[in-house]
Design a protein around this ligand. Structure first.
Ligand code: PLP
Length: 488
């Protein structure tokens, strides 16, 4: 494909994409294909000779489109959103046109410098404490996903504690042995409702993992006391707790851990790296009414949220902010001679390869820059507030049919979780009946009696049945999960 063929192909591709977006609401969200549908439709090996763009594009429509799930549809209600926008797409287009693996500043100075600037913009937009800005000891970097960020943070935390504990030992075999021994005793922790990425990161980092309880009567939040107890229990067993993920907006219910109390625990335990994962809900922090959640962040080590979830930046784009960038650089900077250059050697520049696991990196800041400039702060706030209002509206609708639905949590950051009431009326204990907050309706099922436990089994069964029925029709797509024994 030469440049003039590219121009023609790109025009037809853009036309196609615009048509797709203009009609997306008319399609069912879920495809109706069966597993393995594609293999019989495509040749078993690539073509010997190149094919024309119209032939390729026709197969996209014929074979790929029927197997797509339409995440950008207004009828998509599953998991969390994965927003897309036209300026975000333009950013992706230019990024692939420039196609640089810009790991060091010298590899393409604008790639690094724009990223530093837009990450500072984003930090200010969220009202993060100044310690996360690049003109101090901190800064932001864009990584692919929250899971990638959390692996990076866990590995950096692991190496930080080893450096601290073994700082007086000389380099050599004995120190390596000691490090290996210590790694087996390290414990990463996360709420029982934290995203599975912290557990996965612990597996990758070769450390232990344990849950910190966040039961119903705390609203599924980790309290300072629960974390303190978990740390003590680890130490009592001769283990070394070194990492904890606190969450703003847990995956199942959008709970926010008790950050102020956890900040106190952080002060008592300066060797425990505390990371705040706000993968979905972090985008709401651009609205001043949510920024009170940011005040404790100065006591923690790092923070991430996904602009690709709820801030109109196309996948992939997870912002990772760190209070002391040295903690990353001391772990990830390895400089063989082929990576050296005078700007890095003189300490004049940021080399983001030292803040991450891979070497090469994409020009992701371009799409963030395009999105921030196209919508402006006020445009993005309107977008988030509109979703929050829709979430409240949905919650209100559920409350108008208390005979059918029980709200379990929310609305929190536009997420409401609920169950379906079985036909049989439930038994409500007198103390539970007096609780006015819909958040607490779930607690009517405290399972203190067999009858309550049995009732919950029935709720779970009927909720699952309705959930499966909705998804089997394909028009909408919703997600179910199990929290504290409740299928919601
Ligand atoms: N953290 C939280 C709170 C999440 O809800 C999710 C996914 O929904 C993740 C992390 C993982 O996100 P990613 O796909 O970016 O790794």
């Amino acid at each position: 494909m030469d440049s003039s063929q590219f121009r023609d192909a790109a025009h037809t591709a853009i036309e196609d994409i615009v048509k797709y977006y203009d009609t997306i609401q008319d399609r069912p969200v879920l495809p109706s294909v069966s597993p393995g549908y594609l293999k019989p439709l495509l040749p078993s090996s690539p073509p010997q000779e190149g094919e024309s763009w119209p032939a390729i594009q026709a197969d996209l429509e014929k074979h790929i489109m029927p197997g797509l799930t339409h995440w950008q549809s207004p009828k998509y209600m599953a998991f969390f959103p994965c927003n897309s926008s036209f300026p975000g797409m333009l950013g992706e287009m230019y990024s692939s046109a420039f196609n640089a693996a810009a790991f060091n500043w010298i590899c393409s100075p604008a790639v690094t410098e724009l990223e530093t600037i837009v990450m500072d913009w984003v930090a200010k937009l969220l009202g993060l404490p100044d310690v996360y800005l690049s003109d101090g000891e901190g800064g932001g970097i864009i990584q692919g996903t929250a899971s990638e960020v959390i692996v990076t943070a866990v590995v950096a935390a692991r190496e930080r504690i080893l450096r601290r504990r073994l700082k007086d030992m000389e380099e050599g075999e004995e120190k390596w042995d000691k490090m290996a021994e210590m790694r087996g005793k390290l414990v990463a922790m996360g709420s029982e409702h934290a995203h599975s990425s912290t557990h996965k990161a612990a597996i990758i980092a070769g450390t232990r993992f344990r849950n910190v309880p966040a039961p119903r009567d705390t609203g599924f939040r980790v309290t300072g006391q629960a974390l303190r107890t978990a740390i003590k229990e680890c130490r009592d067993k001769g283990l070394e707790p070194f990492f904890f993920t606190a969450t703003i907006g847990s995956t199942a219910t959008c709970a926010v851990d008790d950050l102020e109390a956890i900040a106190e625990v952080a002060k008592e335990n300066p060797d425990v790296w505390i990371h705040v994962d706000a993968a979905y809900a972090g985008s709401a922090l651009i609205c001043p009414e949510y920024q009170h959640l940011c005040s404790s962040l100065a006591s923690f080590d790092s923070f991430n949220f996904n602009l690709h979830k709820w801030l109109l930046v196309n996948f992939d784009c997870s912002a990772f902010f760190i209070k002391k960038r040295r903690d990353l650089i001391d772990t990830f900077s390895i400089t063989p001679s082929y990576l050296r250059n005078e700007f890095s050697d003189r300490g004049l520049v940021t080399d983001y390869r030292d803040w991450q696991i891979p070497l090469g990196r994409r020009f992701r800041s371009l799409k963030v820059w395009f999105v921030l400039r196209t919508y402006g702060v006020e445009g993005l706030r309107r977008f988030i507030r509109n979703h929050i209002t829709l979430g409240e509206y949905f919650h209100g609708l559920l409350l108008t049919r208390k005979d059918l639905f029980t709200v379990i949590t929310g609305p929190a950051f536009a997420l409401t979780t609920f169950t379906i009431n079985p036909a049989r009326p439930r038994r409500i204990s007198s103390s539970a009946a007096n609780r006015p907050d819909p958040m607490h309706e779930a607690y009517t099922n405290d399972f203190t009696t067999d009858a309550e436990a049995q009732y919950q089994v029935e709720v779970n069964r009927v909720t699952k049945e309705v959930y499966e029925k909705v998804n089997s029709q394909g028009e909408f797509w919703i997600t179910a999960t199990m929290v504290g024994g409740v299928y919601l």
